[in-house]
Ligand binder design. Structure first.
Ligand code: AMP
Length: 550
């Protein structure tokens, strides 16, 4: 199938903001696509070349793409840069510049979707000597056979900024519509496999029954179930009837998979961190029976047995070298709290039962691997929850989790069945979309950050400018990140790709027509950069509105 056909779909998608219309366009397209190309277009429609949990990345900066465009068109790089400034993004600039390109080379050989996809994938495999030149030549091979609109989307895909407003939800719905499958069946199949390509393929060829047979596979990461805030411990427990309360550890969530002899550990963003924590892998291997399983827990860094801040553990798992040394200097502790698979999927069991199985099978042989501290609480022993909360805080942890005892594990959902109650005031996770350079001494730093939340249609809505809570060191780090993700710059203002997640504290939520969300935050303060979170983890406008009402 020709790449131009996908490009026509991209254009149609970017011409509407309506979710239903977008779903319809994609559903009609999916119906036409052949079996082999179908999984590929589910990724490309998201602007991706690799599934989001893959460790592979194209790793191409905007500069390299600009260089490639300048070579293909035969203009200098300054002209490309000017055009990007005028048009607002690299893709639109490429399209514009292509109108100057001589027609003779156009359509020398039409690009196919498969060819574009495999060339883009190749980019991830190139490293070492002369890699820049090799990468450029792959990009040139694509761009020199591309039409203007094809170049627009090839460059946007490479720079990971497709701008067609399509998220996973729309693709899932389009698969349902295209192959006449109940939305809840598609949703569950995706939830369990995390693989839209597979869901599309099975949906097309085996229908609902085929999709119902898909399940968790140890080794393939699952999106974690997320927590909402509890307004009040007792109230939450009474609402649930019976609750499994546990200490809330402030570390990194880990999902441990064992398949055959292989143990793999993923973070909440499904990054593979197995190599960074070999001592934990050993401890886990020893503590569990030799079966296939998927378990969840929190890993925290400690000093003299006391928990250290979250930043310490983040450094530790990101480390690629001198790991032996780090094992000595930053000892880790693991607290296990869930079991999604043991010989077969267990996620549909109530958490109470999942915890019981976990307790039965795990044989903790060292002080560094434990099950989370817990209390089963109902209306007769509410005090036990309070006691657990106070003990957790006294030991330096964050608070408690309150889990509805009868509830299954629902991947990727932030519902009312798992709640958190923290000692610290509430914060919001937001994404940075722009910023302003400071003045005077701070002229080299971006001092103010425009931040956004996401709405139900997976679009971003601005909500505040944050300029406090930043040390010089953090300012320097953030400014560097902003420059890396820059889309456009005018005067002292800069617009960036939504990549940087900040955790923000504030004094109050107020109504404000100045921001897309219609609300804003008074006295916002940056608490920390959340490298461990992604765009899918940021808070929603919905949540902001419900917090305002409260
Ligand atoms: P938050 O990151 O503030 O949304 O809080 C939810 C996170 O708390 C989870 O993603 C886990 O990483 C973490 N957590 C710490 N202790 C527990 C526990 N006992 N049960 C579940 N999650 C926990």
């Amino acid at each position: 199938m020709k790449y131009q056909e996908l490009v026509n779909v991209y254009e149609a998608l970017s011409n509407t903001t309506k979710r239903l219309k977008k779903t319809d366009i994609l559903a009609n397209f999916f119906k036409k696509v052949d079996d082999e190309t179908l999984p590929i277009v589910t990724l490309l429609a998201l602007g991706k070349v690799f599934p989001f949990y893959s460790e592979q990345e194209m790793g191409i900066g905007d500069k390299l793409v600009m260089k490639a465009i300048s070579k293909v068109i035969g203009v200098n790089e300054n002209e490309v840069e000017n055009q990007i400034r005028d048009q607002g993004d690299i893709g639109a600039a490429a399209e514009k510049l292509y109108s100057k390109k001589s027609q003779t080379t156009f359509f020398s050989q039409p690009l196919s979707i498969k060819f574009v996809f495999s060339n883009l994938k190749k980019l991830a495999t190139i490293s070492g000597n002369n890699s820049t030149n090799k990468k450029i030549s792959i990009i040139l091979e694509l761009l020199s056979s591309a039409s203007g609109t094809e170049a627009k989307y090839i460059t946007r895909t490479i720079t990971e900024e497709l701008r067609i407003g399509v998220g996973e939800g729309i693709i899932r719905d389009a698969i349902s519509d295209a192959f006449d499958i109940n939305k809840s069946v598609t949703e569950r199949a995706y939830m369990l496999t995390n693989d839209l390509g597979l869901v599309a393929e099975v949906g097309k060829n085996q229908g609902e029954n085929g999709l119902k047979k898909l399940s968790l596979t140890p080794g393939k990461p699952v999106k974690p179930m997320l927590a909402q805030l509890s307004p009040n411990i007792d109230e939450s427990i009474l609402e649930m009837g019976e609750a499994l309360c546990e200490t809330k550890y402030d570390g990194i969530r880990m999902q441990v998979h064992k398949n055959g002899d292989n143990i793999t550990i993923f973070t909440r963003r499904l990054e593979n961190i197995t190599k960074a924590i070999p001592e934990i892998v050993n401890e886990i291997r020893e503590a569990f029976p030799d079966e296939n399983y998927i378990a969840e827990g929190e890993v925290i860094a400690t000093r003299n047995g006391k928990p250290l801040s979250f930043q310490n553990i983040l450094h530790r798992v990101r480390r690629k070298y001198n790991i032996e040394e780090a094992i000595e200097s930053v000892p880790l502790k693991v607290y296990l709290y869930d079991l999604l698979y043991y010989k077969k999927p267990t996620l549909d069991e109530p958490i109470k039962i999942r915890r019981e199985i976990l307790e039965k099978i795990v044989n903790t042989k060292s002080d560094n691997l434990n099950l989370s501290e817990k209390a089963m609480v109902n209306e007769d022993n509410l005090k036990d929850a309070k006691r657990l909360f106070e003990k957790s805080i006294a030991e330096g942890h964050e608070g408690i989790m309150i889990k509805d005892a009868k509830e299954p594990y629902i991947p990727g959902i932030r519902g009312k069945k798992m709640l958190k109650f923290k000692a610290e005031p509430e914060t919001l996770d937001v994404v940075v979309v722009g910023g302003t350079y400071g003045i005077g001494k701070r002229g080299n730093f971006i001092g103010s950050y425009m931040v956004a939340l996401r709405n139900d249609d997976e679009e971003l809505e601005t909500v505040a400018h944050v300029a406090t809570g930043l040390t010089d060191e953090t300012l320097a780090k953030l400014t560097k990140m902003m420059e890396k993700y820059k889309i456009n710059e005018k005067g002292t203002k800069i617009i960036v790709k939504p990549k940087i997640i900040l955790e923000i504290a504030y004094s109050e939520i107020v109504k404000s027509p100045e921001y897309d969300a219609g609300y804003s935050l008074r006295f916002p303060v940056v608490k920390r950069i959340r490298d461990d979170k992604g765009l899918e983890d940021i808070d929603t406008v919905e949540r902001l509105k419900s917090m305002y009402k409260e």
